[in-house]
Write a protein that binds this ligand. Sequence first.
Ligand code: AP5
Ligand code: MG
Length: 209
Amino acid sequence: MNLIFLGSPGAGKGSLAEKAVKELNLAHISTGSIFRSAIAEGSPLGQKVQAIISAGKLVDDETTIDLVRERLSQEDAKKGYILDGFPRTIFQAENMKAFSRVDKVIDLEIPDSLVLERLANRMVCRKCGHNFHMIRNKPKQDGICDLCGGEVFHREDDEETAIKQRLEVYRARTAPLIEYYRKKGMLAVVDASPTIDKVMENFMAVIGR
Ligand code: AP5
Ligand code: MG
């Protein structure tokens, strides 16, 4: 099964994907996480995208499409995947048709008021990418990931100005994908406001599990 997770910044794409891939034995492919790892390594890709990501803008389509094409050609993606954060433009969606077939697109719906609260309090593990929330879901030990012992940090693009920029970019460039996939009969909407366990339950129902 090949799935796309759509949804605004902070909708919970990464958190749900982490749970869902374990349950369904799929590969979790997050373009944002791949870019953040490249930045941490200081690779040429990381150097190219660092300023763009900190500012909350989109990386150019060509770079992103090449990255996903290559990632989907790897062995683990053959068992099926959840694409978290790709495609993010109609151009990316159109180009993707040439190298992969998608079964369903899950749109995680959430009001902006919840997004700000979630992102301002989010902390992420630098090593395994697990998400924490500084009020509802703190790491047991300050700054250290419960799962892998990695360093837990606040994303640069989770500062207020960058969050606002990301929401604007989402509305202008990514939200049109909702209608695009609805017209193709591929869209399923999941309310992303309740607890993560409830969101998971609703997600499993819309994919017929
Ligand atoms: P990316 O990393 O994809 O960021 P994003 O889309 O802005 O989404 P987030 O990761 O911020 O949110 P999420 O929906 O995963 O929510 P999460 O589960 O963390 O992309 C980053 C950047 O990379 C982009 O801005 C762009 O520059 C670049 N990029 C990436 N893909 C690209 C592409 N295709 N083209 C061009 N550029 C690209 O949850 C958020 C918080 O809420 C956490 O604290 C979590 O613990 C909490 N939470 C989650 N679910 C719940 C729940 N149900 N109840 C309570 N709390 C919850
Ligand atoms: Mg994410």
